[in-house]
Design a protein around this ligand. Structure first.
Ligand SMILES: Cc1cc2nc3c(=O)[nH]c(=O)nc-3n(C[C@H](O)[C@H](O)[C@H](O)COP(=O)(O)OP(=O)(O)OC[C@H]3O[C@@H](n4cnc5c(N)ncnc54)[C@H](O)[C@@H]3O)c2cc1C
Length: 390
């Protein structure tokens, strides 16, 4: 390459490229959304990341950069087409000493972690150190994206979101400069990264998060995690919705939803997976932790539901089932169709669908933040992102 980049660079048409390019959404959107970056860079450290940004900024026109860590974004948004490049951080920051540390300060416990760990690796570290924090369930998800989109999981009602406990983000910005963001410095970046527009504001390398001490929760045994919820090789039609309804117990929702699940199980080639999580109530920490400092949407949720069908030679049936379920959900679950960034995207052109993901005030603030922190659109690698304000 003729410069100081130390990591791997993979070109299309090679076996290494094919392997690196096989992320969760490839099975479903690899062709339709052209998830084939011009080059895939796997940096080994921050100077390597800066080198890639220099190259991307130097070309005319500049080369859009898609940021990927665990590659588990269901919509395919951590990839891009041949005009862009992908910065793959899954192996970049895995030093067991420098990239995952316990910090005890003022009677509180924190960890400073890199983005490159998988949830399973984080769980092992937490268990060893007698601490815990709320996260989602899939053990192969990486922290790079997960920290930003929340961590919806079984501890959601009792502890809120992972992002609620983040105290500092370490970021490489579009110029290659290292910056930190917290509730008291670079507040806009902090807001935009946590619940905003993942992968479109800069490159997250590390973060600090407050964790809970097991000793304060006697009898707690930690949570077991699901192995792999579904194979990444199986295509899917997916939806994750949120409702603030308090009427689900008597509006016939559960009877309707059970019938939908049954229909899927009886359709040849479909395999259904659903998670229903309860978040509401006056004592809910999901409600209480809602903060102006972060951009997480729909913090008045009572229930969050995921309904996915995976299919084998049955794409039309999967899409028909998802369409039918979406129509029913408008009646029984949520008439506003409030979606979550990490799990729903029937149309991934954000300009068409942003109202499903953000309220107007949040979206407009995020647009301003994008204009300031990604002024040239370097991190616009695909359509699933908040558009910068004009
Ligand atoms: C099988 C499965 C189960 C899941 N279960 C849950 C669950 O229970 N709860 C839940 O909350 N979520 C869940 N998710 C969603 C998952 O947590 C998010 O999609 C998460 O963002 C994935 O992070 P990643 O780094 O693995 O993915 P990636 O695809 O690499 O990244 C996701 C997004 O974040 C951006 N990004 C990634 N790394 C960085 C970085 N270092 N700097 C800046 N931007 C970055 C990407 O550009 C992309 O837009 C699940 C996903 C899958 C596939």
């Amino acid at each position: 390459m003729g410069f100081g980049f130390l990591g791997n660079v993979f070109k299309p048409g090679t076996a290494d490229y094919e392997k690196a390019n096989n992320i969760y959404a490839t099975s479903t959107y690899g062709v339709e959304r052209d998830m084939n970056p011009g080059l895939i860079y796997q940096p080994v450290d921050i100077p390597d990341i800066q080198e890639v940004l220099t190259i991307a900024n130097r070309s005319d026109p500049f080369t859009p950069v898609a940021i990927r860590t665990g590659g588990h974004q269901y919509s395919g948004a951590s990839s891009t087409n041949h005009e862009g490049i992908q910065l793959d951080l899954q192996s970049t920051f895995r030093d067991p000493v420098n990239d995952l540390q316990m910090i005890r300060k003022d009677g509180k416990v924190f960890i400073r972690s890199s983005v490159s760990w998988k949830l399973q690796e984080l769980y092992n570290f937490l268990l060893k150190n007698g601490v815990f924090l709320p996260t989602g369930q899939c053990i192969t998800v990486c922290l790079g994206g997960h920290v930003q989109t929340g961590g919806y999981g079984m501890l959601g009602r009792s502890f809120g979101l992972l992002g609620d406990y983040i105290t500092e983000l370490e970021i490489v910005d579009h110029t290659g400069t290292e910056v930190t963001a917290s509730k008291t410095s670079n507040q806009d970046l902090f807001y935009g990264f946590l619940g905003g527009s993942p992968g479109n504001l800069g490159i997250l390398t590390h973060f600090t998060v407050e964790v809970q001490d097991d000793n304060n929760y006697q009898g707690s045994k930690g949570i077991g995690s699901s192995k792999v919820i579904a194979s990444s090789l199986t295509p899917y039609a997916k939806h994750t919705g949120s409702t603030n309804s308090t009427n689900l117990s008597n509006n016939n929702w559960s009877a309707w939803f059970s019938r939908q699940i049954e229909k899927a199980t009886k359709t040849k080639g479909l395999f259904v997976s659903s998670q229903i999580q309860v978040y509401g109530g006056n004592n809910s920490m999901f409600w209480k932790n809602a903060s102006e400092a972060t951009a997480y949407s729909w913090r008045d949720a009572t229930v969050v539901g995921t309904w996915d069908v995976f299919y084998n030679n049955a794409q039309a049936a999967a899409e028909a089932w998802q369409k039918d379920t979406a129509a029913g959900a408008l009646t029984y679950f949520d008439s506003n169709e409030r979606r979550l960034l990490w799990g729903s995207y029937d149309n991934w052109d954000m300009t068409q669908v942003w109202q499903h993901y953000y309220d107007r005030t949040t979206y407009q603030r995020l647009q301003q933040i994008r204009k300031t922190h990604d002024p040239n659109g370097l991190f616009t690698a695909n359509l699933f992102c908040v558009q910068a304000a004009k």
